[in-house]
Design a protein around this ligand. Structure first.
Ligand SMILES: Cc1cc2nc3c(=O)[nH]c(=O)nc-3n(C[C@H](O)[C@H](O)[C@H](O)COP(=O)(O)OP(=O)(O)OC[C@H]3O[C@@H](n4cnc5c(N)ncnc54)[C@H](O)[C@@H]3O)c2cc1C
Length: 382
């Protein structure tokens, strides 16, 4: 029997769940607060013809054949393997740090003796964990100030778990994520790709589900917005970091920097954390036709506007608050709160898709078949 399902949010989590349920014959409606679908992977084309990622650069990568097959249903990808540099001591250095840099500073012993799996290291905080991974000189120049810009507090106050996102390369491969089998960017852009993912599905744009009371009741609701907003912030607000983005079109500059992303860890070079040059994220043949270049400087801040929430704050207090909201959400039948805002967790795009696939199989479909009688009416529990 087909069920009436409301999906709140049209980012990768909501759109993947909507696609899979619609494909199985369920009656799915998507509600999106923004004027466009796609959540934070949205992009747009600047008048110069340069494609800009609205919420920061998005490099797609996966090792999962199933996820790679899924994403290609909605458009082809051109090969793109990200290269990131850090501007340190007046030079563009590879990031993650390469073997050549360690040799240059006389720290080659880190290549053979250091443990590369931070998960195995019981460190008390982020700084201690990072110093187990890399020489103090690398930490001071590349990581310490970058981290305090990103989070607005000293690295010692951050959770050791955060170091799982840092790597030291033990070779000279300049790519950000050489370990992934499939890497690329949708050839027609993320916005078009996300529209294809939602093709044939009812999508209501410009609708904040939490403000709207007039819907027909659903048999099941998937909410991919912020979990604290769902409960009216009544236990307090979860802390996020976001980025203020300052775009600049340089009409007389063909190329501003050597790659799409240059990190700016040094405090004396300004508060911005990185500079993006979008042209590098386009196929080479298209780049040649463009006049000028668009750059974006990103400066971290603590947003109050939910729409600007980007990175969940990596500390114990926020994790505990999230767990309190989560326990409440789990007590509400026929409701699933998920995705990066719903689970207060950073997911790469492939992880968001993989998790959405798993939730459909293991949680949503079994709930739908087990319970077709109980109706979750929008906000009727509060
Ligand atoms: C700066 C940055 C860079 C990133 N770069 C990469 C990268 O290079 N590679 C990679 O793999 N991943 C990257 N990611 C991760 C990627 O953005 C996420 O995996 C993806 O956005 C998760 O999708 P989601 O659907 O869970 O959340 P979102 O994309 O945030 O979607 C949630 C949607 O719900 C809507 N919504 C919220 N509340 C309501 C409401 N009340 N009513 C209606 N609609 C609502 C929102 O408007 C939004 O559209 C990056 C993330 C950030 C922050």
């Amino acid at each position: 029997m087909s069920s009436k399902i409301h999906i709140v949010g049209s980012g990768l989590t909501g759109a993947t769940i909507a696609r899979l349920l619609h494909d199985q014959g369920h009656d799915v409606s998507v509600f999106e607060r923004r004027a466009q679908v796609g959540g934070n992977v949205h992009d747009f084309v600047h008048p110069s013809g340069i494609r800009v990622h609205s919420y920061g650069p998005h490099y797609f990568r996966t090792n999962s054949e199933a996820i790679w097959a899924y994403v290609q249903r909605f458009g082809s990808f051109f090969p793109y393997r990200a290269i990131v540099k850090s501007f340190v001591d007046g030079q563009y250095e590879n990031w993650p740090i390469s073997a050549a840099y360690l040799r240059r500073i006389g720290a080659a012993q880190y290549l053979n003796t250091r443990i590369s799996s931070p998960a195995a290291l019981p460190a008390r905080n982020f700084e201690a964990a990072a110093l187990q991974l890399m020489p103090v000189e690398v930490y001071e120049k590349f990581v310490k100030n970058y981290t305090s810009k990103q989070w607005g507090i000293a690295p010692r106050q951050l959770s050791a778990d955060l170091v799982k996102r840092f790597e030291v390369h033990h070779d000279d491969d300049p790519h950000l994520t050489p370990g992934y089998r499939w890497q690329g960017i949708p050839a027609d852009g993320y916005a078009q790709w996300m529209s294809k993912m939602l093709e044939g599905i009812k999508v209501h744009l410009g609708v904040d589900y939490l403000q709207q009371q007039a819907f027909e009741p659903a048999t099941y609701t998937v909410f991919t917005g912020a979990i604290d907003a769902f409960f009216g912030f009544d236990l307090g607000r979860l802390h996020y970091r976001g980025q203020q983005r300052e775009h600049e079109y340089l009409s007389a500059t063909a190329c501003y920097q050597p790659c799409a992303q240059v990190n700016n860890p040094a405090l004396e070079n300004g508060a911005h954390i990185r500079t993006l040059e979008w042209k590098h994220l386009m196929p080479t043949a298209q780049q040649a036709e463009i006049h000028g270049t668009v750059i974006t400087r990103e400066t971290p801040f603590s947003p109050q506007d939910i729409d600007q929430y980007e990175y969940p704050f990596p500390d114990r207090i926020n994790q505990q608050l999230y767990q309190q909201y989560r326990q409440r959400a789990q007590r509400i039948p026929n409701l699933l709160i998920c995705g990066r805002l719903g689970e207060y967790r950073y997911y790469d795009m492939d992880q968001a898709i993989g998790r959405a696939m798993m939730l459909v199989q293991k949680q949503i479909l079994p709930s739908l078949s087990a319970n077709n009688s109980r109706i979750f009416s929008n906000l009727s529990y509060f």
